[in-house]
Ligand binder design. Structure first.
Ligand code: FAS
Ligand code: PHB
Length: 390
């Protein structure tokens, strides 16, 4: 078959790119190796930046988000047994929206199918060919076991942190930057009412904890743990005791309930430069991974594809090559700022076993500076709510 853009991966990057290209009249196909049901059930990110929400609304896929998303005008930083609110609305005039990633994917899949989009789930053996030529090709086997050979103008590598597109770049082209953290997050979903009307990021001598939410009856929480921690070894009582200890504060009670989902997420910072080679363009986790402390992962994917869709539109509609040639540098500028913010939030809030007493006191002083200086709090708020997308 022939198309204009072959998109590898149906996560936030691939599906949003497919949606934006359709709106620009650019034909494409999305090739995804997992099933639709698996995609729509995978629990991941929870926070949408102001710009991501604006993009989804502006392109006609924000109706359910507007109905069911939870608008949050701030977060709480908790340390030393006391809470300190970072007021996004007062400091930036913007807010974030808590709306689960898998719900965003459901909305995008529904919109693409309603628009007649070509989404191929459960494909296998995806292989790229000729990414450095003017006529790249993609080969794979579809869900029915039929071999697919796709001639296209461009390939969008939206296949996530463990995908294959990055490897399609010639040896020596990609430069990779990596930081692995000595801890992970133990994440749970529990049947319980919210314990707070905004997210709580808690720094504690036992380790970090995050109190987030999904709906009025389902809560999302995390606590710092060993990255190799076997999640199933913990009893529910042990999980709640750890979360209670790390979030304790005067007048606060953490509501408990049945834990129906649990898992440990490893933490790392990763960037691949450049994010493009020839006719291959990487977007989202295929090019960069951040620790979730700054809630940037999904939002960076959206920012990448907003830029890439605009560059592809300039190519097809105006014959301009410039925006495509500028894509990698433009995307990386945002990526590195988000990498810094995610690293900073992680280093400020987590326990480091090798930290000295000086490091501990300095970490607390940094938190104290952020919550007592309007300038410092504004800087955090601006990065957290995010800057406008292309
Ligand atoms: P994705 O990984 O979402 O999507 C890539 C898609 O490509 C997948 O569907 C995959 O099946 C498919 N694929 C891979 N290889 C393929 C191949 N060879 N052929 C075809 N398809 C292929 N971010 C936050 O901001 N907050 C969080 O709390 C948070 N929690 C996370 C928890 C987990 C367990 C993980 C893994 C990530 C989490 N993230 C979080 C980050 C996450 O939200 C990503 O940033 C986001 O999914 C990035 O979207 P994509 O770039 O589309 O990549
Ligand atoms: C979530 O709700 O899953 C979530 C929220 C904020 C983060 C990370 C995860 O920084």
């Amino acid at each position: 078959m022939r198309t204009q853009v072959a998109i590898i991966g149906a996560g936030p990057a691939g599906l949003l790119l497919s949606h934006l290209l359709h709106r620009a009249g650019i034909a494409g196909v999305v090739l995804e190796n997992r099933s639709r049901a698996t995609i729509e059930a995978t629990i991941r990110a929870g926070v949408l930046e102001h710009g991501t929400v604006a993009l989804l609304n502006a392109t006609g896929v924000g109706a359910r988000l507007a109905r069911e998303g939870l608008v949050h005008e701030g977060i709480e930083l908790r340390f030393g047994g006391a809470g300190h609110r970072i007021d996004f609305a007062a400091l930036t005039g913007k807010a974030i929206t808590v709306y689960p990633q898998h719900e965003v994917l459901k909305d995008l899949i529904a919109a693409r199918l309603a628009d007649g989009g070509d989404l191929r789930f459960s494909v296998a053996d995806v292989r790229l060919e000729g990414v450095g030529t003017e006529h790249p090709r993609v080969h794979c086997t579809d869900a029915a076991g039929t071999a697919l050979h796709i001639d296209c103008d461009f390939i969008a590598g939206c296949d996530g942190a463990h995908g294959i597109c990055r490897q399609a770049m010639p040896e020596g082209v990609p430069r990779e930057y990596l930081r692995i953290y000595p801890f992970g997050w133990f994440g749970i979903l529990a049947e319980a009412p919210p314990s707070s009307h905004e997210l709580i990021y808690a720094r504690h001598d036992r380790g970090f904890a995050l109190i987030s939410t999904r709906t009025p009856t389902v809560q999302r929480m995390y606590f710092q743990c060993d990255p190799a921690e076997p999640a199933e070894r913990w009893s529910e009582r042990q999980i709640w005791d750890e979360l209670q200890a790390r979030t304790a504060a005067t007048g606060f009670s953490l509501h408990e309930g049945r834990i129906f989902q649990r898992g440990v997420i490893a933490m790392r910072s990763f960037v691949c430069e450049p994010m493009a080679h020839g006719r291959l363009f990487l977007a989202g986790d295929a090019a960069h991974v951040v620790p979730p402390t700054g809630a940037k992962g999904l939002n960076l994917a959206a920012a990448d594809v907003a830029l890439l869709a605009r560059a592809l539109d300039a190519h097809y509609r105006e014959g301009k090559r410039g925006p495509l040639e500028a894509y990698s540098a433009a995307a990386l500028a945002r990526v590195w700022r988000a990498q810094h913010f995610s690293w900073w939030m992680t280093s400020m809030l987590h326990r480091f076993d090798e930290a000295t007493e000086f490091d501990r006191r300095r970490q607390l002083a940094e938190l104290d500076l952020v919550v007592s200086s309007r300038a410092a709090a504004t800087s955090l708020a601006e990065m957290y709510v995010g800057s406008p997308l292309a």
